[in-house]
Design a binder for this molecule. Structure first.
Ligand SMILES: [Zn+2]
Length: 227
């Protein structure tokens, strides 16, 4: 039996405000973990864990992602130079893992003074969005982690990042072929479809939104609280 488990992890350096945001992220992760969207494609015949790190701009920087990114699916770092060994290398993820940047979330929520429900949703959609990226990667690779893909394919003579690009292009093509609507936007088929899926899922979660508001504000009418 194959299955995907979502495992949430908080990084250690969260301040009190960010802990509050981590708590509401955990409600979203729990709801998403129980949803039909988590069913694995049949060709993946093993159980897979996907880690959702509740993190900060520091983890973005560690993965060479802009520190104001709302979240990302960790595949590899940029190419780096090791001066002692005099060689280039990349760090590849040894797990299926996504990062949610709580600091960027706080910035988005605070920008308009009192929090707006639309901003809260726009931010929290990042969680299913990034998990969908990980699920598409899992489907395309039969459940191999980025590090396993690299180890298996680099022997074919492919260089990083071509190894990664091939997987991402295959996902893009598969999703584009299955697309009902017209041509994709500038972000490409994968981004468009995944964002739409994430929004559709979130729109169907009215109970969850009520729970989030209750956690944050006591009730939905009391949304002037800021973190
Ligand atoms: Zn994306």
């Amino acid at each position: 039996m194959s299955a995907v488990r979502l495992i949430s992890r908080r990084v250690e350096s969260l301040d009190e405000d960010l802990v509050k945001l981590a708590e509401i992220c955990e409600l979203v992760i729990k709801a998403f973990a129980a949803s039909a969207e988590m069913s694995l494609p049949e060709r993946v015949d093993k159980s897979v864990d996907v880690y959702v790190h509740l993190a900060t701009g520091t983890e973005c920087t560690n993965w060479d992602v802009p520190e104001d990114a709302l979240g990302f699916h960790a595949i590899s770092s940029s190419r780096r130079y090791d001066s002692e060994e005099d060689e280039y290398y990349v760090n590849t993820s040894e797990r299926h893992e996504v990062f949610i940047n709580l600091e960027a979330g706080r910035h988005l929520l605070n920008r308009s003074g009192p929090w707006l429900e639309c901003d809260l949703e726009a931010w929290l959609v990042t969680i299913p969005h990034e998990v969908f990226h990980a699920l598409e990667w899992i489907q395309e690779t039969g459940g191999l982690t980025p590090d396993e893909v690299y180890a298996a394919r680099v022997t074919d003579g492919d260089e990083w990042p071509e190894v990664v690009s091939k997987v991402l292009r295959a996902i893009d093509k598969r999703l584009e072929n299955g697309q009902q609507s017209g041509p994709s936007s500038e972000f490409g088929a994968t981004e468009d479809i995944i964002e739409q899926r994430a929004r559709d899922w979130f729109l169907g979660q009215q109970d969850l939104v009520a729970e989030l508001c209750a956690t944050l504000y006591g009730n939905k009418e009391n949304m002037s609280l800021r973190v």
